[in-house]
Design a protein. Structure first.
Lengths: 222, 222
DNA sequence: AGGTGTGAAGGATTTCACAGCC
DNA sequence: GGCTGTGAAATCCTTCACACCT
C-alpha cells in the first residue's frame, strides 16, 4: 500500500541523525537550517541531505532552507515518533539493566512497559527504573504483549538463549526485535530484526584502524 | 601500502558475521562449509559470500567449500584478532559498567586495561570486573595510553561530555573511538569513529516495522 | 545572492552465470 | 555432482549541476 518502497535503507538510517541535529539546532533557537549545515553535522554532502528528505516529501523553502520546527514535526511523523511506542525488554543482566536506565528511549517516545527474565532468582525482583514493576517470567509474555499492544522488543539475553526468546516473542505477536545477543537470529517473514553486537562493533573499528584509517568516517551508523 | 584499498565497507562489515558463524560451525565439529551455508546463516546470497572472501584472498576449495579451521585462522588474521588489542573505557555509568562485564570483548581478544570517569565520587572506586583496577581520573589518560600502547577506546559518557572526551582521547594518541553517546562527534583525520546510538537503533527498527515489514531483514547490525 | 528539488551522470555494490576444478 | 572464483550485467546509491523559487 505504501509507495514508500524505493527508499534506500541508508537514507532511512540518516533520518534519525538529521532529526537529532535538528533538535539541537532547535535548542539553540535557530529557526531554519540549510541542507549544507545539516550535511556537515552528519558527515554527508548537501545533495545527499536534500535527496534523503525528498524521498519523504517537499519540506524545504527555496532561498530559506528548512524551518526547524516544521521539519522536526514532519520527521517525527515519518519516524512514528509522534506517538508512544511500547517496548518490552527481555534479559535483566548487566546490559539489560543498563538499557532499563537509559533515558534516551523515553526521550524518543518509547515506553518500556515490562522486563522479562528466565532466571527464577530474578523473577519478581523490583525494577528500580520502572517504579511499581517487577521482573516477570516469560510465561507472562503473550498476555503482556496483547494487553499493551507491544510491537517492539529488545533482546539482551545470553547468546544461547537468544533464538528461543526470539521465537517466543514472535509467537506472542511482537513485530520488531532489537537483538544485542552475539548471535545471528533467524526470524520468520513479517518479523523485522536488527542486531547490534558490541564485540563485532569493536572488531570492525579495530580493523578500520589497522587499515590505515585514511579519513575519519562515521562508519556503521547512528 | 596496502592494496586493500578497494574493499567495500559492507563487505568488511560482513566479515565479522562470517567469522561468528564459522566459530559455531567449528564448535559443531564440521570440517567444511559452503558459501551457500554461510550465506543463509548471515542472510546474504552465496555469490556475495564468495565475493566478500575473494577480496582478501583465495580460501576456498572447489567441490569442497571452505575448510573451517583454515578460514577461521585467515579471517582472524585479517581482522587482527590473532593478537591482543588493548582498549580503554571512558564512562563508568550504567552502560559503562555493563560494557565492563561484557565477556564478548575478551573472547575476541580485546583487553580492557583501564576505566576512566570524570565524576570525582567515582574516581578510585574498585572495578569488580577488572580485579586490582580502580576507576581513574581522565588526567591519567595520556600516561595509560602511552604505557599500554592503547589504540582503541569506548566512549560511554553522557552526550554533553562526549565531544570533550573524544578530543582528549585523540590528543592522548588513541586511534579508534567507539562512541555510545547519543551525539554526533567530530574527529580529526587519522581518527576512526564508529557510533552506536541505542535509541536511534530502536527508532530505525520501529520505522521499518511501521513500513509494513515485507521481509525480515538483518538490517543495520553488525 | 542564497537555497531547494531533481533529472542525469557517475560510482559502488550486488547478482548473474559460467568456466574450471575436485 | 558439488563448489569456488570471477568477469559482465544489473541494481542501488551518491554526486553533479542546474532550473527554479524567494
Amino acid at each position: 500500500m505504501a509507495k514508500s518502497e524505493g527508499i534506500p535503507a541508508p537514507a532511512v538510517r540518516r533520518l534519525s541523525l538529521y532529526l537529532r541535529h535538528l533538535e539541537t539546532t532547535q535548542a539553540r533557537n535557530h529557526a531554519t537550517v540549510s541542507s549544507r549545515e545539516l550535511s556537515r553535522a552528519v558527515g554527508v554532502t548537501d545533495a545527499q541531505v536534500r535527496k534523503d528528505l525528498a524521498y519523504f516529501g517537499q519540506f524545504g523553502h527555496p532561498g530559506i532552507g528548512y524551518r526547524v520546527d516544521e521539519l522536526i514535526a514532519r520527521m517525527r511523523q515519518i519516524l512514528g515518533a509522534d506517538q508512544v511506542r511500547r517496548v518490552i525488554l527481555v534479559g535483566a543482566g548487566n546490559l539489560g539493566r543498563a538499557l532499563m536506565s537509559y533515558r534516551g528511549f523515553r526521550k524518543k517516545n518509547f515506553d518500556l512497559v515490562a522486563v522479562f527474565d528466565n532466571d527464577a532468582t530474578k523473577i519478581g525482583l523490583p525494577t528500580p527504573e520502572l517504579p511499581g514493576e517487577r521482573i516477570r517470567s516469560l510465561d507472562d509474555l503473550p498476555r503482556i504483549v496483547a494487553e499493551h499492544d507491544v510491537r517492539l522488543a529488545v533482546i539482551a539475553v545470553p547468546a544461547q538463549a537468544a533464538q528461543a526468546v526470539a521465537d517466543q516473542l514472535a509467537a506472542a505477536g511482537v513485530r520488531g526485535l532489537l537483538n544485542f545477543a552475539p548471535m545471528i537470529l533467524q526470524t520468520r517473514p513479517g518479523i523485522t530484526l536488527s542486531s547490534v553486537d558490541l564485540a563485532v562493533q569493536l572488531e570492525q573499528l579495530a580493523f578500520q584502524v589497522n587499515l590505515g584509517a585514511e579519513g575519519a568516517k562515521i562508519s556503521v551508523d547512528s
